[in-house]
Design a binder for this molecule. Structure first.
Ligand code: 13P
Length: 256
């Protein structure tokens, strides 16, 4: 199907609050070595280091097909927001930015409205937002996972123009799977990925067929193929395993 072929897989490594600047440079270098042959043609590979190492990683991957992402952004262009980093600072350095990660929603109280503002700001800045959604364990057990995730997707896409939906990437990261070693089953993740695309189609039309949906949560070299085999899952957002270039490369290759 032509439409499906248009969705080049994407695998993004979210390094979270790990790596010193020297370690970030080394990890980026090793990842380029491990994936330089397939990145950019068969798969988009995005490295998301901590803010302080964006420049180091930018310089390390320059000339390679790997892409650079930030882990969050502030939707305001500049101003008195101590500690924050705006899209104007990221533009020109990054191509991607994670927004609404559950750790930001949980620990820094980011709301659906904040995530929507960040998504719109990223798009305006020409950055690809990798917007995260996902339910808690209690919600899944209560049969509310689909309704909850659909609500998060509706909120984050509010105001996204139909023509821009292809530039959006949504990562389904159930909270119970993040950093727990307990990943979702492939078919469970697929069901939610299809739901996410359905909501995007409802809001933004057929362009949603070009929007990439990733799975994240305890993705490893051992289970990546299970997710790669699912239609509607176009890649992965990888946390812990992205800190090991060999493991990250093995995960990425599963999606090619
Ligand atoms: P883990 O791969 O460590 O479970 O983290 C997933 C994640 O939160 C990626 O954003």
């Amino acid at each position: 199907m032509a439409v499906l072929q248009e969705r080049r897989p994407m695998v993004a490594g979210n390094w979270k609050m790990n790596t010193t600047d020297a370690e970030a440079g080394d990890l980026a270098r090793e990842t380029v070595r491990a994936l330089g042959d397939i990145a950019g043609t068969d798969v988009d590979v995005v490295l998301c280091p901590p803010f302080v190492s964006l420049t180091t990683v930018y310089e390390t991957i320059a000339g390679s097909p790997l892409l650079l992402g930030a882990q969050t952004l502030n939707a305001a262009p500049k101003g008195a927001y101590t500690g924050e980093v705006s899209w104007t600072m990221l533009r020109g350095l990054c191509t991607h930015v994670i927004v609404g990660h559950s750790e930001r929603r949980t620990y820094y109280h980011e709301t659906d409205e904040d995530v929507n503002k960040k998504t719109l700001a990223a798009l305006d800045a020409g950055l690809t937002p990798i917007a995260c959604v996902g339910e808690r364990l209690e919600q899944r057990e209560a049969g509310q996972a689909h309704a909850y995730v659909a609500g998060q997707v509706r909120a984050l896409l509010d105001g996204v123009a139909p023509g821009a939906i292809r530039e959006v990437c949504i990562a389904y990261e159930p909270l119970w799977a993040i950093g727990t070693g307990r990943s979702a089953d492939g078919p469970v993740a697929r069901e939610v990925a299809a739901l996410i695309r359905g909501v995007a189609r409802e809001l933004c039309g057929e362009g949603a067929e070009g929007m990439r949906v990733l799975y994240g949560g305890s993705v490893t070299a051992a289970n990546a193929a299970e997710f790669a085999a699912q239609p509607d899952i176009d890649g992965a957002l990888v946390g812990g395993a992205s800190l090991d270039a060999a493991a990250f490369a093995a995960i990425t290759r599963a999606f090619v």
